[in-house]
Design a protein around this ligand. Structure first.
Ligand code: NI
Length: 227
């Protein structure tokens, strides 16, 4: 399932990111691709050790940790430091799947990628092409969001970035290990949580029916979570 999380960054924050990224030191993204994906990857990235990338990435992580929809949808236990990339002049990333296990020795971090995320930092009218194409159970979906919005999708899906034929497409991407690795179980929990949130609005804080649903939510989470 694809989940769109709007306004992870507001307009002012997007402006700040764009100003910083315009002056950043972009390098060939093929340097960080695996041996198979190097053949299909054509973009620019900020180096992992880049100070702009680290600072802006931490701002994103702070935002995500406080975003109720992100927390509910991802149940993230570990998050990869965001990677910034830029596509232009026909740049693209052909169909690939993301590595299942990702290791970052300098952060003493190993994650199993359950969810992938793309945070758009360019608005759709700034570039042509550049859709994120995600193969799902019911066919491929093309995703191209407003700057500041993020899409979450299962890391197990094949996906690609269509060639950017005009302008620049700048994004931040990251990966998460979820407390609930199974996508269908995580999706049920998300649906239940969202229903509880909307049913709770306008009801008493101690409404017994809501309490019972919350009880069910936590017992399902207890059954499925691996931490
Ligand atoms: Ni990917």
């Amino acid at each position: 399932m694809l989940i769109v999380i709007e306004n992870v960054l507001d307009r002012d924050e997007v402006g700040h990111f764009r100003k910083r990224l315009a002056a950043a030191n972009w390098i060939d993204g093929a340097q960080t691709a695996g041996s198979r994906s190097v053949a299909v990857k054509q973009n620019l990235q900020l180096d992992r050790g880049d100070s702009d990338a680290a600072e802006l990435g931490n701002l994103i992580l702070g935002k995500l940790g406080r975003h109720p929809l992100f927390v509910s949808a991802s149940l993230a236990e570990k998050i990869w430091p965001p990677v910034f990339n830029l596509y232009q002049d026909g740049g693209h990333y052909g169909a690939h799947s993301d590595a299942a296990l990702m290791r970052l020795p300098e952060h003493n971090l190993t994650i199993r990628s359950d969810l992938s995320a793309t945070l758009f930092l360019s608005d759709p009218d700034e570039y042509d092409g550049g859709e994120l194409l995600i193969e799902e159970q019911f066919g491929a979906q093309a995703v191209k969001l407003a700057a500041g919005d993020m899409v979450l999708y299962p890391s197990s899906s094949l996906h690609q970035v269509a060639p950017v034929t005009r302008g620049q497409r700048i994004c931040a991407i990251t990966w998460m290990q979820s407390a609930v690795s199974d996508t269908s179980a995580r999706t049920l929990l998300f649906d239940l949580d969202q229903s509880i949130q909307s049913l709770s609005a306008g009801r008493a804080k101690d409404d017994p029916d809501i309490d019972r649903l919350i009880h069910v939510y936590h017992n399902l989470l207890r059954r499925w979570a691996q931490v």
